[in-house]
Design a protein around this ligand. Structure first.
Ligand SMILES: Cc1cc2nc3c(=O)[nH]c(=O)nc-3n(C[C@H](O)[C@H](O)[C@H](O)COP(=O)(O)O)c2cc1C
Length: 159
């Protein structure tokens, strides 16, 4: 059994959307190797269809290029990316995704995969003060055992 198989098995039923790609940063990479059912629901496509695709399929006119540049830089530097992007579903509807993407390294320290936790967020009412993260809140709260485990890993928390 590989480490990736273990991660996918635990990710499968998670309420949090999880997607894993290879470590190929340059176009046409990265390529999706695995997406759990919550991710498939979020993006409106069957998980089997997602394998082999680039996560860029979610991009559209309202996806902000400066944020994608930050994302690209984080991937190339093998650093965490935590940010907000407008994603588009297969049916054309759009949503704001909070993305916490991390490199997965092997024992030698080489990046083997990228793993992203994603969730739909909506604008907070009023005029929140603070950084970008304070402007959004989760669109729905679905707590399960994995949500608590991921909180312990600092997933979706500010840098
Ligand atoms: C695991 C993972 C998940 C990603 N999820 C998204 C996503 O939900 N939406 C998006 O627009 N880009 C996503 N990306 C980023 C794109 O794949 C791509 O890296 C980004 O557009 C920057 O590269 P570019 O400058 O070549 O476009 C994801 C990347 C990785 C590695």
């Amino acid at each position: 059994m590989t480490g990736l198989e273990v991660i996918c098995a635990f990710a499968h039923d998670s309420a949090v959307a999880i997607v894993i790609t290879d470590a190929m940063v340059e176009k046409p990479g990265p390529t999706i190797l695995y997406a759990n059912e919550s991710f498939a629901r979020l993006v409106g496509r069957p998980s089997a269809d997602l394998v082999g695709m680039s996560p860029r399929f979610m991009q559209g006119r309202e996806t902000r290029r400066p944020v994608l540049d930050q994302f690209a830089l984080a991937l190339a530097s093998a650093e965490r990316f935590h940010g907000f992007l407008t994603n588009h579903r297969a049916d054309g509807t759009k949503y704001v995704a909070e993305i916490d993407c991390r490199p997965l390294r092997n024992a030698e320290g080489r990046v083997e995969y990228f793993l992203a936790f994603e969730r739909e967020v909506v604008r907070r009412r009023g005029r929140p003060w603070g950084g970008v993260a304070s402007r959004f809140e989760p669109a729905s709260i679905e707590e399960d055992a994995s949500t608590q485990t991921l909180r312990r890993l600092g997933v979706f928390e500010r840098n």
